[in-house]
Design a binder for this molecule. Structure first.
Ligand SMILES: [Zn+2]
Length: 159
């Protein structure tokens, strides 16, 4: 179910919106190799009319099934937006579309969750990956991302 806010109801006072959006309705696009969205997005929000728009505040969360980019171990992580806030303008150029006196909050929630999806999930920050301990450095060097050697290079350039 999309998250609809009825503007007529809103004129009578703040509305509370609590529920879930099934993954299918979120249209998050093709499944990433390492990031799987299979659980619904849960929301607990309050909407109120403020000025020429609707102010939405509350919390949003969604559980993800991830695979570690280094060791390929599956793990779960919940994206939490505990201080979610959005101001949807009802007037002017970037006003949100209304249908039957309602606005649909779904695309905004989708966008904010998408921004928070991990691009390079790691089961733990210092995951050693599949290689035996002694070979970690070689593996990391091969992927081209050793932060310390990059720093050293920068220092040299300055001197
Ligand atoms: Zn890992």
């Amino acid at each position: 179910m999309p998250v609809k806010i009825n503007l007529i109801h809103l004129q009578r006072g703040a509305q509370s919106l609590v529920g879930e959006i099934p993954v299918a309705d979120l249209e998050l696009g093709p499944d990433d190799e390492l990031v799987h969205c299979r659980q619904p997005l849960r929301y607990d929000l309050t909407a109120e009319l403020v000025g020429e728009g609707v102010l939405v505040r509350g919390s949003v969360e969604m559980e993800l099934e991830l695979e570690c980019a280094r060791c390929l171990r599956p793990f779960k992580k919940t994206i939490e937006l505990p201080d979610y806030g959005a101001h949807l303008s009802l007037e002017g150029e970037d006003s949100v579309p209304t249908l039957d006196d309602s606005i649909d909050l779904t695309p905004f929630l989708r966008e904010d969750i998408m921004l928070d999806l991990p691009r390079h999930p790691l089961c733990q920050v210092d995951c050693a990956g599949l290689a035996p301990t002694g070979e970690i450095e070689a593996v990391e060097g091969g992927s081209g991302g050793n932060a310390w050697s990059e720093l050293e290079k920068l220092k040299f350039d300055k001197e």
